[in-house]
Design a binder for this molecule. Structure first.
Ligand code: GAL
Length: 662
């Protein structure tokens, strides 16, 4: 158990009303029950997906208001939200009036839940939206020790401003206390890479005929190292010292190449398939993006430092490739900051970067010279989400610029396109992505196309058809358990839409130092939550875009990003996405089919205390004896018949791979 209790201040400081209550029939002692307002507890311990928890106000600081009804008392939060209270079996009841705060108009969709011990659902609201009348809840808590107030986002897009108005707890004895996570020790599970060579890059690579080819053979092991590639098709050449393969392939076709990496301790070999055709991005992209650390403070110098750090930290040797610039490389519409000012486009309509990015071609050359690739960001609307110049009515010219500058990835973010189309029809939602797809198709460069529109119109159902290599399925992630877990565990059901060249994207990683601006802080996820984050995103075959400042990674963060057996789950050539195969309250088992016939399986504990989690072979479609390997520890655990059970820490995971035993 890694929780500590936080006791409230003396009850006299509280919103307390006294009522005499005889609890135990037959006893002669009258008990004094007290009513505690939830908003007077230590609400700083509320986990939530956006903003800060507010006492007696909405999450944006307004008077609490649901369906036109105002409330003076209550908790204003934002889904996904979790507040865990220790009531020690001494509570009589909980009551509140819940709903989406009127500050979001008709938007938002949330479900409120009251959970008891072992996360038994004591009460659940219907899905509530902005403007709905408030729903009243009143639950008996007889015998309940731990009470959890949860708010789940319905569609998890945005505006999930959730109010627990007039929320109060009647205690028969004692006071309620609040659970908060104690600092967990950051235990590194990933073994140090062997000094012998090991090839870690993707086993398959898609390229279009005629497009510039760049692939780096990623390998760990002592340097110097020499690379060879047997069967490399005509048009490609390998730099034996760096492992960079460059050139162009003229004709479509499939090629099987044997890659070798040799150092003084030995030789590693891996079969590598090059598929020259229409499809690129055959496995999820591995890289970095500037948003979750620098946001509007990004500069070309910071981007170069990120590229240099991807090499010097050794991340490149584990297959990490993309260095992506998010918003704020463009000129801002009205910023007072001179580094964001300047001409927006030239006389021909070509976009001009802001003064922080004086030499785009120089920047991409710098990145490519290191064997890495690079990405850029825009919006189909007139302005990006941050208020910078975007691509509306300049799509072809912009795509040409990206190609000429040498970019390999485009994140295309809906943002102000809402001014052009309300986004309430499928053709309307698809149009801007079709337009940019057509523009990118005219560019002689392989540019991965990443849709960002937060999941509107069930984008997973049509993202591949419109030519997306990935599509965001959610609103923005942040470094809280409720945000990360809320998004990650909600991906179930999307698995049927993922495959080689087209993946669901539950947003970027929030491990390491993040901050969305000039000042950074260590992720607020506990170490076990970080293991859950990376394991789940690997199982989900999500693009993995590191969101931290890579020049400031500690050993723990690096260990999370350099476990080759874990990354192999993400990079498996079959391109399958995991699905939930079993759920028991807060315990979940997710499984993903791997190309070699094995299964990658995550045993997750979303609860607040360490618990045993079981993966039943029947839930995985398996029978008989199976060999089990712990992927984080890179250790065989033995052979198991029927099931595998393991103790999993609070908010943690055990990630295994399962093969039939010989
Ligand atoms: C958001 C997007 C973020 C980031 C930001 C830039 O809409 O979801 O990932 O790109 O815009 O302004």
């Amino acid at each position: 158990m890694i929780l500590k209790r936080i006791f409230p201040a003396a009850p006299c400081q509280w919103f307390v009303s006294l009522l005499a209550l005889s609890l135990f029939a037959g006893t002669t002692h009258a008990q004094t029950a007290r009513t505690y307002s939830i908003s007077a507890l230590d609400i700083s311990q509320v986990e939530q997906g956006w903003g800060e928890p507010q006492a007696n106000k909405s999450v944006e600081g307004h008077t609490l208001s649901i369906g036109g009804q105002a409330f003076t008392n209550g908790l204003g939060t934002h889904a996904a939200s979790e507040f865990i209270l220790d009531v020690g079996g001494r509570a009589a009841s909980f009551s509140a009036v819940v709903g989406v705060d009127d500050e979001v108009g008709k938007q938002g969709s949330v479900v409120f839940k009251v959970l008891g011990d072992t996360n038994q659902v004591l009460w659940e609201s219907k899905e509530l939206h902005g403007g709905d009348v408030p729903q009243a809840v009143s639950v008996s808590l007889a015998g309940v020790k731990q009470l959890t107030l949860l708010v789940d986002g319905g569609d998890n897009i945005d505006s999930d401003h959730a109010d627990w108005a007039e929320a109060q707890l009647v205690m028969t004895r004692g006071r309620p206390s609040v659970f908060s996570a104690l600092k967990e020790e950051a235990i590194i599970l990933t073994p140090k890479p062997s000094p012998k060579p090991r090839i870690n890059s993707a086993k398959v690579f898609g390229v279009r005929p005629g497009a510039p080819f760049l692939f780096t053979i990623a390998a760990t092991g002592d340097r110097p190292m020499t690379f060879t590639a047997k069967g490399l098709p005509k048009g490609l050449k390998l730099d034996k010292k760096t492992g960079h393969i460059t050139g162009t392939l003229k004709k479509p076709g499939n090629y099987t190449v044997t890659l070798r990496a040799r150092n003084k301790l030995g030789t590693a070999e891996r079969e590598f398939k090059i598929i020259c055709g229409a499809q690129i991005g055959l496995v999820p992209a591995l890289g970095w993006n500037s948003w979750n650390c620098f946001a509007s403070a990004v500069t070309a110098e910071k981007v170069k430092s990120a590229a240099a750090a991807m090499v010097s930290s050794g991340l490149i040797n584990h297959g990490w490739t993309y260095i992506n610039v998010d918003d704020f490389w463009e000129v801002h519409r009205d910023s007072k900051d001179p580094t964001l000012q300047g001409p927006q486009r030239d006389a021909d309509g070509r976009i001009i970067p802001n003064p922080r990015f004086p030499d785009m071609k120089g920047l991409t050359d710098y990145i490519h010279a290191r064997g890495l690739k690079t990405g850029l960001y825009s919006s189909p609307g007139p302005w990006t989400c941050g208020g910078c110049v975007a691509s509306w009515q300049h799509e072809e010219l912009d795509a040409q610029s990206y190609g000429q500058w040498g970019f390999d990835y485009l994140k295309y973010d809906w943002c102000s396109y809402g001014q052009i189309d309300r986004g309430d029809t499928l053709p309307g939602l698809q149009k801007p992505y079709r337009v940019m797809r057509a523009a990118l198709d005219k560019v002689n460069r392989d540019i991965l196309f990443s849709f960002c529109q937060y999941g509107m119109g069930n984008v997973w159902e049509w993202g591949a058809e419109i030519g997306g290599n990935s599509w965001r399925t959610t609103g923005d992630i942040n470094d809280s358990w409720s945000s990360m877990a809320g998004i990650g565990f909600r991906q179930n059901g999307h698995e049927k839409y993922a495959g080689p060249g087209h993946f669901n994207d539950p947003d970027m990683l929030v491990v390491g130092k993040v901050g969305w601006g000039p000042s950074l802080h260590p992720t607020r996820l506990t170490p076990n939550e970080q293991y859950t984050h990376i394991s789940l995103w690997c199982l989900l075959a999500s693009p993995l875009l590191i969101g931290c400042d890579m020049t400031q990674m500690d050993d723990f963060t690096l260990s999370l990003l350099t476990n080759d057996e874990v990354l192999e789950v993400n990079q498996d050539p079959l391109g399958r996405q995991a699905a939930r195969v079993a759920q028991n309250g807060q315990l979940e088992v997710w499984a993903k089919d791997m190309e070699d016939g094995s299964k990658a399986v995550g045993l997750f504990n979303r609860g607040y205390s360490e618990t045993s989690v079981t993966a039943n072979w029947s839930d995985l479609g398996l029978a008989g004896k199976q060999k089990v390997r712990d992927l984080w520890r890179q250790k065989d655990l033995g052979e198991f018949t029927g099931s595998f059970a393991v103790s999993v820490p609070r908010h943690g995971v055990v990630l295994i791979r399962v093969w039939p035993a010989k």
